[in-house]
Ligand binder design. Structure first.
Ligand code: LMR
Length: 348
């Protein structure tokens, strides 16, 4: 009996040993070393959140920046883009950036004016007249000074990107004369200048975040809004508002922002790569934004039931005059330093 039990135990031990050897249970060796796995450990991820579609000037430039940065750093930095407000919307993306929940966002500069009031200068209607002037200011010396204002907010400002000139779009009637705005409910981004711009015309301004805008228009809570052709096309606003006025009255651009602690955690070499990739992407952005707005306007012109009206030269003069008090209030409230700088660099 004893012999029988001992043989059985020995057999079980031998069997377990054989299985263990086959499965390499006893080996203390670490996982096979391979370069890709080492690379993954060291990879730095930038989560970049924004509120518009991928096929827009901002969406495409974000992708371009991601590609350039990954190339420059040989994959060391990987940028993951979250478009369409899928992570954060207008109301919470800045907090998310400051908390480090994402590393990059690119809100319109208008949406940053509560934090940086001097940026309202960029919202003044008819301040810019040509794409060349926009580029000169946003991508030049004045743009750099404006970005430096972010130092007070613990945010690293990387660049300004452009979308283009804003047009008016409305549901019930075309807005071709100043008087057409009387008593309308017009959506404005959260900027005092933009809100006053509509109030001065006898309309009431309503602040709505971009992700809620379409449904508020559908529910007739908003009669009209200002936006670029590329946003009007990509977001399908023309399906619920079919009168477009080519007023080119204001600029829509973005401040490209990075969490400051994240920026400081990058080595000087990686910071240099980010700066270079951003500068190349920004150059590309100005050309792409112009092309996209042109192509999207051509597509809108082909849509049935859309009424697109240009603003006559005489009417534009009236609009410009009507908006003059906004310049005075801006100067009274903020000062005239940036306004003077911008006007002195313009080609007109
Ligand atoms: C809007 O809110 O209308 C736009 O600014 C959205 C965007 O980021 O282009």
């Amino acid at each position: 009996m004893k012999v029988y039990i001992t043989t059985a135990i020995l057999t079980i031990v031998l069997l377990l040993g054989a299985i263990g050897y086959k499965q390499q249970f006893w080996q203390t060796a670490t996982l096979p070393v391979d370069d890709e796995q080492q690379g993954l450990n060291k990879q730095i991820v930038i989560n970049f959140s924004h509120v518009v579609a991928e096929d827009t000037p901002k969406g495409r430039t974000a992708i371009k920046f991601a590609e350039l940065l990954e190339q420059k750093t040989n994959g060391r930095i990987h940028v993951i883009i979250y478009p369409n407000g899928m992570l954060y919307n207008d109301d919470n993306e800045l907090k998310a950036l400051q908390n480090g929940d994402v590393q990059m966002i690119a809100p319109t500069f208008s949406k940053m004016t509560k934090v940086i009031p001097s940026w309202q200068v960029l919202d003044l209607p008819y301040l810019f007249h040509t794409d060349e002037d926009v580029k000169k200011i946003l991508d030049g010396r004045v743009g750099e000074q404006l970005l430096n204002q972010l130092n007070h907010a613990n945010i690293k400002g990387l660049a300004f990107w452009n979308n283009g000139f804003k047009q008016m779009i409305s549901e019930k009637k075309p807005l071709v004369r100043l008087e057409d705005f009387q008593n309308l409910k017009v959506r404005a981004m959260p900027s005092n200048v933009l809100q006053s711009q509509f109030e001065i015309l006898g309309a009431s301004s309503i602040t709505t975040s971009f992700d809620e805008l379409y449904s508020e228009i559908e529910n007739h809570e908003i009669d009209a809004q200002e936006n670029t052709i590329s946003n009007i096309y990509s977001k399908g606003f023309y399906k619920v508002q079919n009168h477009i006025t080519l007023s080119n009255h204001g600029l829509l651009g973005y401040a490209v922002l990075m969490n400051e602690d994240f920026w400081n955690s990058l080595s000087p070499e990686l910071q240099e790569d980010v700066t270079e990739a951003m500068s190349e992407a920004t150059e590309w952005n100005f050309k792409t934004a112009k092309k996209m707005n042109k192509v999207d306007l051509e597509k809108l012109e082909k849509e049935p039931n859309i009424d697109i009206s240009p603003l006559s030269v005489a009417e534009q003069k009236r609009w410009e005059q009507k908006f003059q008090p906004l310049y005075t209030s801006y100067k009274d409230e903020i000062g005239s330093v940036f306004l003077k700088e911008i006007q002195s660099e313009m080609s007109y």
